[in-house]
Design a protein around this ligand. Structure first.
Ligand code: SF4
Ligand code: F3S
Length: 104
């Protein structure tokens, strides 16, 4: 599976959702996640993210992100159409410690 990681937080560019063939992105207030049980591992979303927030679960340290994506995919609504990024997306792209911003 592919997963969304913390640099999506406060950016939410949404370029990823337009290319997903199975519509398995789910939208929180300031971040998206992928449902790991629905993702077919096609990989087309990974290069689309301007914030480089999408990763394959085969990379090191991804276990916690698979669990995180699965948890929130079950709680958040599906998003299939791209929308405007969050207003501070470019300013906050790459900022460390973004998990603290998740629900702020
Ligand atoms: Fe969707 Fe493919 Fe990305 Fe999985 S890898 S989230 S199926 S675009
Ligand atoms: Fe987030 Fe990147 Fe998609 S910032 S909304 S994973 S394009």
């Amino acid at each position: 599976t592919y997963v969304v990681t913390d640099n999506c937080i406060a950016c939410k560019y949404t370029d990823c959702v337009s290319v997903c063939p199975v519509d398995c992105f789910y939208e929180g207030e300031n971040m998206l996640v992928i449902d790991p049980t629905e993702c077919i591992d096609c990989g087309v979303c990974e290069p689309e993210c301007p914030a480089d927030a999408i990763r394959a679960d085969t990379e090191d340290g991804m276990e916690k992100w698979v669990a995180f994506n699965g948890k929130y995919a079950a709680l958040w609504p599906v998003i299939a159409d791209a929308k405007e990024p969050l207003p501070e997306a470019d300013a906050l792209d790459g900022q460390p410690g973004k998990l603290d911003l998740l629900f702020s």
